[in-house]
Design a protein around this ligand. Structure first.
Ligand SMILES: C[S@@+](CC[C@H](N)C(=O)[O-])C[C@H]1O[C@@H](n2cnc3c(N)ncnc32)[C@H](O)[C@@H]1O
Length: 379
């Protein structure tokens, strides 16, 4: 079997250069050797353990509160039945398992739901099947397959895994950073020729950034946001996107590789480390709003989880299991503390026009369909 590195070398021998997005797409989702296609990368640090931990793997409280958010939004939508509940990139399926357990007593909610998971990795689909046990779920390859009708959609740490292109400001305008074959046969970064066609791709607030500035753009994320914005403008529903990144477009590069919880050289041993980049929430919201939905936030994860009741839930869990009180409190802090995940992670909601601000977004000013200012709170 050809290794992913050799496959990339062969592509580079034929094509000369790959965009950073091409490289990232191959490294994460190559059908045989892509990082997500090979197995389960989640878990605590240990020699044989995972590469990173996500919020639902830190504590059941995260999935439970997002479940409550879904049930509450379903009620605000008028309790439609059937209603598709879709998760993008569900990982181990932990978030949804916790969400469904926490909402099983909401009258009529589960009977109304048609659960769909958008997941590219066969190995993780298998893991999700195990986590979701008795629940009937359907797997989809992409958002285009989401069935028509009322929709509730959640995506935690999905958008940060989508491939980014990188551009660098030069004396002659924006040039795309590409991946090439170095003289030693290893992969290396290089700059393609500057082109005026790159400038409109750069967020407006960064277009005149000084020479040397690197900016990342995620076409796949913008396409999915536009798809959801268009869909929510025409059919009732809401989407909740939680991920990490700044409110306003910020210079990069932020693309990073993680292996066993340690930073790893991005181009070294492709397929063996997780690759992620910061999510540009303003551009995401703008793409969705331009397609006709309303957007709310982004708000910081810490405040969002507090508004949904994480303090109360932590107290309930600690009262039920006093021996675990310290661990529960540590998990709550990790999810909400500004120095941990509380500020860097944000939540953004997309809703059908007229639905109003969903739970946790009441204090954030709603953004009507159409051009969106880059306002909101700063990191
Ligand atoms: C960082 S994990 C997040 C997992 C989960 N949401 C959590 O919070 O634990 C990214 C997830 O998105 C999936 N994924 C990545 N790229 C994808 C794509 N292009 N289409 C569908 N799923 C994708 C991965 O297989 C994985 O399940």
């Amino acid at each position: 079997m050809v290794s992913l590195l050799d496959h990339l070398r062969q592509r580079l021998a034929r094509e000369g250069a790959l965009t950073v997005a091409d490289f990232m797409g191959e490294a994460l989702t190559h059908p045989v050797s892509g990082y997500y296609m090979r197995g389960d990368p989640f878990g605590a640090p240990s020699p044989s353990g995972g590469d990173f931990v996500t919020a639902p793997e830190i504590s059941q409280m995260f999935g439970e509160l997002l479940g409550v958010w879904c049930a509450d939004t379903w009620m605000r939508l008028g309790q439609p039945s059937p209603c598709a509940l879709v998760e993008l990139g569900p990982g181990r399926g932990t978030l949804l398992a916790d969400a469904l357990r926490a909402t099983r007593q909401v009258p009529g909610f589960h009977d109304a739901l048609d659960v769909h998971l958008v997941e590219i990795s066969p190995a993780l689909r298998e893991r999700q099947r195990e986590s979701l046990g008795a629940h009937q779920v359907t797997w989809l390859d992409n958002v285009g397959q989401i069935p028509e009708g009322p929709l509730l959609l959640i995506a935690n740490e999905f958008f940060d895994a989508l491939p980014v292109r990188q551009f660098e400001q030069t004396a002659e305008g924006w040039a795309e950073r590409v991946v090439v074959l170095g003289p030693d046969g290893n992969l290396a970064f290089a700059l393609a020729a500057p082109s005026a066609a790159n400038r409109p791709l750069i967020p407006a607030t960064l277009r005149d950034a000084p020479q040397g500035t690197v900016v990342e753009v995620c076409p796949a994320a913008l396409n999915i946001a536009a798809f959801l914005g268009h869909r929510l403008a025409r059919q009732p529903g809401a989407a909740l996107i939680v991920d990490y990144g700044p409110v306003k477009p910020a210079p990069g590069p932020t693309l990073q590789a993680l292996r066993h919880h340690r930073h790893h050289e991005v181009l070294e041993a492709p397929g063996s480390a997780d690759l992620t980049a910061h999510v540009d929430f303003t551009s995401l919201a703008q793409a969705a709003a331009n397609a006709g939905c309303e957007t709310h936030g982004p708000v910081r994860q810490g405040g969002f989880l507090r508004a949904l009741g994480i303090e109360l839930r932590a107290a309930q869990l600690a009262a039920a299991a006093p021996g675990a009180a310290e661990a529960i409190s540590a998990a709550r802090r990790r999810l909400t503390d500004p120095a941990e995940m509380g500020d860097l992670f944000k939540a953004l909601a997309l809703t059908s026009p007229g639905l109003g601000a969903p739970a946790g977004f009441e204090a954030a000013s709603p953004q009507a369909p159409g051009p969106l200012s880059s306002g909101g709170q700063d990191r």
